[in-house]
Design a binder for this molecule. Sequence first.
Ligand code: SF4
Ligand code: SF4
Ligand code: FES
Length: 403
Amino acid sequence: MKVRFSILRQTANSPPWLQDYRLEIDPGATILDGLNRIKWEQDGTLGYRKNCRNTICGSCSIKINGRSALACKETVGQELARLAAIAASAPTAEIPAIAIAPMGNMPVIKDLVVDMQGFWQNLQAVDPYVSTAARSIPEREFLQSPSDRAKLDQTGNCILCGACYSECNAREVNPEFVGPHALAKAYRTLADSRDQASQTRLEKYNQPDSGVWACTRCFNCNAVCPMDVAPLDQISNIKAAILDQQTVPDSRSVRHRQAMVELVKQGGWIDERKFGLRVVGNNFRDLSGLLSLLPLGWRMLSRGKLPLEFEASTGTAQVRSLITAVQALESAKGSPETSTTTPMPQESESEPISKTAPSGPESFGWTAYAELLNGRFAMIGLVALLLLELFTNQDFFTWLGLR
Ligand code: SF4
Ligand code: SF4
Ligand code: FES
């Protein structure tokens, strides 16, 4: 069949351009076969990476019709069928076209070859090796039971192709985030029965900008991974391990998670008035966090978007019973490699979400009182600050670094 390969080409210092190549090719041929034919028969200047041709080395990752994939895995026929299924919208071109582009989130060196230095550095940042402390036992192999070894199967399949990293929304906006490949590898070491550095690892992976909480849960990494490593699932496993600790470090990310479950459990959906106060304002303990809410609060108030009352969802009872059932299940199941399990408390309005979650927020006496006032303290503070600005002609919000 005739196919048009529409390839986005670029050199490091030039703007990209699209170049079309037409091929007579078998639908069972891989995209990599097509690129090879183009290079060998039509244009020797085309740059791309390849090695094993067999879904092993991870070298040939590129974007094919808009999503990152291995060129040696996807076939021409599958791609055209996928396109046809996506878009009855596809213009009826005289020759079907396959769009090829370099991976995202990495600078282009030439054509389809990207600079993966950041990718490797981020992998290195999670310390992806079984801890050397465990290796100090002399003259013995490090035996593992089959069930312990089986825990490493899924993450061990990663071939470091970069497809997940290329599609990662969090990486796109947050240069600190180590990326899904690194966190999948991080969980592999965490789950390894030979590793003895779990505590240090959990502290490292709990960092707000670089660690697991920076993931936006967009699911792209799971969707594109050619080896079914499911990086998002591994990120969730690390989060569960962090929350399973006896003492979870108090951080905005952890509070975010806890407040969300607590509030949904209480009212069926999130009470927005309490959410910011609990997460950003740390239950009225974090003054700068509270103040940082004021400009947003004012904008919401002035546009009539600040809910003054909260109406519980009509499905609250069902939602609550679902959450309780999941919490009971998790409590019964435990987490063998990280478990510090204690039984879940009985359901109550103020029940913490984690079986070992810190008791801080709920035991903080006047938090409940403050919330009872539906965040009116914050609104009074906001109005006072604005009036002060008006009368003194000073820019307090900027001065406080809030604007
Ligand atoms: S997790 Fe999957 S997509 Fe990401 S680098 Fe490993 S094999 Fe590639
Ligand atoms: S789910 Fe998280 S890690 Fe995976 S691609 Fe999205 S933001 Fe990145
Ligand atoms: S060439 Fe090795 S994975 Fe494609």
